[in-house]
Design a protein. Structure first.
Length: 341
């Protein structure tokens, strides 16, 4: 007589419940291994403004060119120059929600409850927010789009020529309502590379960090969001970086991946961004957090209201999460991107 597995015995199946880890579930909702934009940048680097129709910042675009060599008792020359301008960034608004029927709650409670229906619905909404925010952080909308937030590529624009050549994004004319064509100092640093070597990518990263380190010669109250550098790339770049670190290490160990997740650049970790896996140009973004940050309208960072009845179905309740924000960069010359052209 051949044997049976327990799941093939009809009586056992009909009379026995599987042992369940109640209240817990597996998250298979996303194809991204990590949401760096949401976790590290939007949440970790956010600042808030109280109010205003737009986010505004001031920029001094030139000095007054008044310094000169003089003779004794030479007549003074007073120069008054217009050197100030303003940048403006519009607010953008993101909403997500979830709903439930009161009868669902009644049917899925007490002994019948395996996973809290409300917790599951709320968690599903949270993942939806993180997925969409990740897209926003690492993307640039088209100029005619008046809904989508500005991501990092809106300010840190690729260009194949080495130097401060990152102008306006494709089909844009201005960035934060400032025109980089007429305002030459309103451009980010750019470069391209071919190989993951000291002579190519790594030295160009060092050059970018050096050339974007601007310091004012006189004390002044500059816009400052908080110091620190962020370096972001995909695994086609991070993998060779880890290999280069292993080759530089003279100590032999039995650890095959001793630099996995530990690559540093000038004291800052190089962070893998799964969303950038889709970028075949393998970019390296070097961001100066003193001058680029997400700015949130005060009180509207994933602000969730209480569930309320919907207008169309009296037993259906809905809750929503609202976020009002946008990315702001007050000095594009401190940002850089290097990529494979």
């Amino acid at each position: 007589m051949s044997g049976y597995q327990i799941e093939n015995l009809a009586d056992a199946v009909a009379t026995t419940l599987n042992k369940l880890d109640k209240g817990k579930f597996t998250d298979l909702t996303s194809d991204l291994q990590d949401h760096v934009g949401m976790r590290e940048i939007l949440t970790g680097k956010k600042i808030s403004y109280q109010s205003g129709l737009k986010i505004q910042f001031q920029a001094m675009t030139d000095h007054n060119n008044s310094a000169r060599a003089v003779r004794l008792m030479e007549e003074d020359e007073v120069r008054i120059a217009t050197v100030m301008t303003r940048g403006y960034v519009p607010w953008r608004h993101v909403v997500a929600g979830y709903g439930y029927d009161l009868r669902e709650i009644a049917m899925c409670r007490g002994e019948a409850e395996i996973v809290s229906l409300l917790k599951q619905r709320k968690a599903s909404m949270g993942v939806a927010i993180a997925e969409k925010m990740e897209e926003y952080v690492w993307s640039c909308p088209v100029a005619a789009d008046d809904v989508t937030p500005f991501g990092i590529p809106s300010y840190v624009v690729k260009n194949a020529t080495q130097g401060f050549n990152g102008g306006a994004p494709s089909d844009w004319t201005t960035v934060a309502e400032l025109n980089p064509t007429t305002l030459a100092r309103w451009k980010n640093y750019t470069d391209t590379y071919a190989d993951f070597t000291d002579e190519d990518l790594f030295s160009k990263m060092g050059r970018a960090a050096t050339f974007t380190k601007f310091r004012s010669p006189v004390p002044m109250e500059e816009h400052s969001f908080g110091r620190g550098r962020g370096v972001y790339t995909n695994y086609d770049v991070l993998g060779p970086m880890e290999q280069a670190c292993r080759q530089q290490n003279d100590n032999l160990t039995n650890e095959l991946q001793m630099y996995h997740g530990k690559v540093m650049f000038l004291g800052s970790p190089v962070t893998w961004v799964p969303y950038l896996e889709a970028d075949t140009q393998n970019p390296v973004y070097i961001l100066d957090y003193d001058t680029i940050r997400p700015v949130f309208l005060s009180g509207f960072f994933m602000a969730e209201g209480a569930p309320r009845p919907t207008d169309d179905a009296h037993l259906v309740y809905a809750a929503f999460s609202d976020t009002s924000f946008n990315f702001v960069c007050t000095n594009r010359r401190k940002q850089s991107v290097i990529y494979q052209a």
